[in-house]
Design a protein. Structure first.
Length: 375
């Protein structure tokens, strides 16, 4: 089972995902320049909603500061253990996991106090995995025994948190520690051509103003654009269940991802633009063959301008038409349901059942719970 999530979302003047020069990211598609928001940016925004909403025991930590994170948990289990010793013990735990996790002292000023070792790369671990590793380390310390390397590796393959199960873990030098991501997220692109605009701004020096000094204390420019975006993500339900090992947890994780992915918004320049919107269309296709993006609906970009009318409604009509064409040529999704706001449900008529978003999330959970892999 694959849960395909198709979203149309209008974003006002904003710069939610910048490139290395500070400009909003773009891409050429269909021969014209589109606004673009990277998949990494939207996955990060989704993960933050996980962190802000779910219980801490259900989520993971992606960090280089493994020794510090694990060391504090070891100290909770071994009374009187000095921080330096706990951090060294924690570092040895990750070294015991194999060659994939390289621990080394962080680069700091030679005159600065020593800090706990850090991993060479960011490593994604669940809270449950950290607790299990702390138990192993504390037990080995009390018994004066060597760490069981096999048991340490086993911890990395059990008790994945929801976010680790969804987004995966990549350890380039040791595939045994990897967790295959069960979610794939596309770069969001605008359904129409865009042109970057510039905001010239000034900032006033309050003290200078009080003393009637002319001129601004600071001047600058910010690039921005506005767009209607097509967003796409897909959940591999079989892969998610393999990572979590439990059907109820799988249904809950799939529903949570749909909820948080739809509602999330990358935070770039949010204080400047306050570009907080919700989608006009969220359409879920349940497929049993393969994931299918509907981005092809917008390869021919939508014309802009007041004389053409609103973009979201025209984009929804193109999305529905392309979905119907895909279904006719390659086969229909096994189920489809959608939520619309600001776009008439009639625009998507024939593509599934129109329901409120809270019901859509519940429908995802129910569909996964009732799924029979054997057909």
């Amino acid at each position: 089972m694959f849960i395909d999530i198709h979203i149309l979302q209008s974003v006002p003047p904003s710069n939610i995902n910048r490139d290395d020069t500070g400009s909003p990211k773009t891409a050429i598609y269909g021969g014209v320049r589109r606004a673009r928001v990277s998949s990494q940016s939207w996955k990060r925004a989704t993960r933050k909603r996980f962190n802000d909403t779910l219980d801490k025991s259900e989520i993971g930590f992606r960090t280089k500061r493994l020794s510090e994170l694990l060391g504090e948990r070891i100290r909770e289990r071994v009374e009187g253990l000095e921080p330096e010793s706990a951090y060294a013990l924690a570092s040895s735990v990750f070294k015991a996991a194999g060659k994939g996790i390289k621990m080394e002292p962080p680069k700091v000023d030679k005159k600065a106090p020593a800090k706990p070792d850090e991993s060479k790369y960011l490593v994604f671990l669940s809270a449950a995995q950290l607790e299990s590793l702390a138990d192993l380390a504390a037990a080995a310390h009390r018994e004066g025994a060597e760490l069981d390397k096999k048991r340490v590796k086993e911890v990395f393959t059990a008790d994945n948190s929801i976010d680790v199960a969804l987004f995966g873990r990549m350890i380039a030098d040791d595939a045994e520690l990897n967790v295959d991501a069960s979610v794939q997220v596309a770069h969001a692109i605008s359904v129409h051509a865009v042109e970057q605009e510039f905001d010239y701004f000034t900032a006033v020096d309050d003290f200078g103003e009080a003393n009637q000094e002319p001129g601004a204390g600071m001047i600058g420019t910010i690039e921005f654009s506005s767009s209607t975006l097509y967003r796409f993500a897909t959940i591999n339900v079989a892969g998610l269940e393999k990572n979590l090992g439990d059907r109820a947890a799988t249904a809950r994780a799939a529903a949570a991802f749909v909820d948080f992915f739809v509602r999330s918004m990358p935070s770039g320049k949010a204080n400047t633009f306050a570009n907080f919107t919700l989608p006009e269309v969220v359409m879920i296709n349940i497929r049993e063959d393969q994931p299918v993006s509907l981005v092809g609906a917008f390869e021919d970009s939508i014309a802009t301008g007041a004389e053409h009318g609103g973009i979201p409604s025209r984009a929804a009509a193109k999305l529905a038409r392309h979905d119907a064409e895909i279904a006719e040529a390659y086969g229909s999704a096994s189920a489809c349901f959608f939520t619309s706001a600001g776009v008439s449900a009639e625009t998507l008529a024939g593509r599934g059942e129109a329901i409120a978003f809270s019901n859509l999330v519940q429908q995802v959970s129910n569909t996964v719970s009732a799924w029979d892999p054997a057909g």
